[in-house]
Design a protein. Structure first.
Length: 410
């Protein structure tokens, strides 16, 4: 028989039991749809993780102050002021694997403009901070090293602060008061979004570190040149681990820490931490896709079961076809085509439902879903492969029937 005739014969056989055919494809429909949704949601999680990584800055690690103790109780990280602006300068100038080292002071307070006010995070820093964090300026300019040196009263505003103090207005050149100290707005930062912990990075203002120390953040920052954190950016991703070790060695030398003594500072490798989170997200995506693929296997078992029933019901029909000249290969091809058609039709419906489901989840839960043509092709191809694999045994059983015994079957 010609291939077209076999295909038409298979379609007529499936249409004769339309409800059973639809129910048979449910496993494939659910499996293909689940695979597409899981991959889309998983890829969305990966994309969100990559966005968060890029928002923090690449090749980045942090140097934090040590922990102090009170009454025999050891306090947390940052309770003992041990790192300074001079440490940051030494890291940048003496370690060749480091691109920039940016010291920072941090506090909070009210920012006032006219009759509006907003409580936000106050960051005192140097211009190198923006390079370390890869944070761009949307409008205006950054403050200069000269302005840092003389303690100029200039400020950069985060987008959240601008939205709350200058709705529909241009803040450049305006005066705002930070803890009652007037500052000129010289720039607006580009939007960064939230951190991994859900903190709004744009809810902040940046002022020169010298100004923050002397005029804004108070007496606890006046002693020496201690800072709350140093952001260090390595030259390349491959040099981060080496830069961390060189920074540790340099600070131990500067702080006169003897061999065997604990560091009086902490170093956190953000790049390593975030890459670990990203790998976990990718592993979870693969796991979800694998679990969803089980539905396809279950659907294939359902197809094999129904095809075996169909062979039993159509035994006399098979005998008649063989008696008028149909060969075993024709019978094999007919039943195999029926199985593949069931899988592919279920696969098409599953693709439509999977794409619709992924978009619906992204819209309702505000969770990103990345739709990929490769995922759709993979799920659809796997559905066809399931039809061939699980349909071969019933088709082979039908092809090997004895014509005489098949004609006698009641």
């Amino acid at each position: 028989m010609r291939t077209l005739d076999l295909f038409l014969t298979a379609l007529r056989a499936l249409r004769a039991n339309i409800m059973r055919s639809i129910l048979t494809t449910l496993g494939i429909i659910i499996g293909v749809g689940a695979v597409i949704i899981m991959i889309a949601v998983g890829k969305g999680a990966e994309a969100q993780m990559e966005r968060l990584i890029s928002s923090l800055g690449s090749n980045l690690f942090m140097v934090l102050p040590g922990s102090g103790s009170a009454g025999g109780v050891r306090l947390g990280v940052g309770t003992r002021p041990t790192i300074t602006e001079d440490d940051a300068r030494a890291i940048q100038e003496e370690i060749p694997t480091v691109r920039v080292a940016a010291p920072s002071l941090r506090g909070s307070g009210q920012v006032v403009f006219g009759n509006l006010n907003w409580s936000t995070v106050i960051n005192g820093l140097t211009p190198e901070y923006l390079e370390a964090r890869e944070w761009k300026i949307a409008h205006g300019r950054s403050f200069t090293a000269e302005e840092v040196k003389r303690g100029a009263k200039v400020v950069l505003l985060g987008k959240t602060v601008v939205d709350n103090l200058f709705p529909g207005q241009d803040p450049l050149g305006r005066l705002v008061r930070i803890r009652r100290v007037p500052f000129e707005v010289i720039g607006v930062m580009k939007e960064k979004g939230q951190t991994l912990m859900g903190r709004d990075q744009d809810d902040t203002v940046f002022i020169p570190i010298s100004t923050a120390r002397k005029r804004v953040l108070g007496a606890r920052h006046l002693g020496g040149k201690t800072v709350g954190v140093i952001f260090v950016k390595a030259r390349t991703a491959d040099l981060v681990a080496r830069a961390v070790e060189q920074t540790r060695e340099l600070l131990r030398q500067r702080h006169r820490i003897r061999q065997g003594q604990e560091d009086d500072f902490y170093i956190r490798n953000l790049s390593q931490f975030l890459e670990t989170r990203a790998k976990s997200s990718r592993a979870m995506s693969l796991l979800l896709a694998a679990v969803a693929s089980v539905s396809l296997v279950v659907g294939g078992i359902g197809i094999m079961n129904i095809m075996l029933v169909s062979v039993t019901e159509r035994t006399r029909e098979i005998g008649l076809r063989m008696s008028v000249g149909a060969g075993g290969r024709d019978i094999l091809a007919q039943f195999l085509i029926e199985s593949v058609v069931l899988s592919l039709v279920g696969g098409l419906i599953g693709v439509v439902l999977g794409l619709s489901g992924a978009l619906a989840i992204a819209h309702l839960s505000q969770w990103p879903a990345v739709l990929q043509a490769q995922a759709v092709f993979l799920a659809f191809s796997f559905a066809g492969a399931v039809g061939v694999f699980f349909g071969f045994y019933p088709a082979r059983k039908a092809a090997r029937l004895d014509p005489i015994e098949a004609l006698r079957y009641e």
